[in-house]
Design a binder for this molecule. Sequence first.
Ligand code: SF4
Ligand code: SF4
Length: 395
Amino acid sequence: MRGMKMTTENQTFTEKFDLLGCIQCGRCTGGCPVTVRTNLNVRRFVYDAYNEDLLEELSRVADIWDCTACHTCAVRCPKGLKPLEVLIGLRSLVVESGKTEPTVRDALESTFMEGNPWNKPRATRNDWMEGLDVIVAEPEQKVENLFFVCCTIAYDPRVQVTARNIVNLLNKAGVDYAFLGTDETCCGSEIFTLGEDGLFEMLIEDNTEMLNEYQADRIVALSPHCFTTFNTHYPDLNKPVIHYTQLLAELLEQKKLAFKDGLEKKIVYHDPCYLGKQSGVFEEPRSVLKAIEGVELVEFGRNRERSLCCEGGGGKMWVESESKIERLAETRVKDARALEADIIAAACPFCVLTLDDAVKAEGFEEEMRVAEIMEILGELEVMQEKPSSAQEVED
Ligand code: SF4
Ligand code: SF4
């Protein structure tokens, strides 16, 4: 066998990524959203990587860092391959060689030392809770819903609102919940896509051990990245993981939650790649928005499985693509403007950050805004503790 480049699992690159299964149909590159603004040709990488003598050379091609891990190529591949993982495998070779960008190196080091990629101290992970009445879990405490916040939501002031507003909602709706607090450590979503296999394995092992100790019925993730990573890469977790929009949809369905206020706004929902095309959660976020009286929910032409990536994933928060062509998030906000939407609703911290920037870049701040679903619900101000029908049933 040529080259015999072994991966950490003692498989060759060709075996690990099933490169012989590729029929070079090109559907992966045909669907790849970043090809409109970069030179990335994922089909070509799948083809070239079969020659294992070329791997080091391929790992030096800057295009491997353009992938946003949106998974469109995997969804479209008729042979069930994950072409993006070939690019991640090549990134791993760069990480192994120690020749990563300083921004990537800092994110990896910060995750190793502090449990988050944002260079923030672990001890301040709970700062977002300030002034709130939050239940922080003890491992032996029995709880129905154990919340996993996410590094970005915990530390980035723009998106902390997701966690803060859900605490208020949970308290008002009388939900049995607890948050992990400073026990929480990065799920490793971006560490995986940046190619740091060893650190990712360590996070999986440590997080699995920590989460399995908690006497919780299920884990509720606030970010689609944590949600998908747990469900995809944590085979030994002893409890199911759901996304918070699934919990809200369930509470609404069971009439344990209702929104008293209405909102006369036209809202377009942006399916995050990790929640939608990667995990198949399309309806719950929509059903939450539809439960708000007065909301007119409209759809992007490219919605659900075809949703346009915002370019926030795949480690792109730490690696900039060299391109003068408009960002996909800018295309997205132009599409929303054409729909005359007042609000682009998102359910992912990276989508909020990238779309927010795009609204500013396009100068649309007067006409529209980007809001996480919890941000919208928080602004309704009144979330009935329990609707009278549910009260009667309980009585
Ligand atoms: S879509 Fe799948 S089979 Fe087709 S070229 Fe891409 S990786 Fe190969
Ligand atoms: S994951 Fe998305 S950005 Fe990356 S190669 Fe596949 S389609 Fe392109």
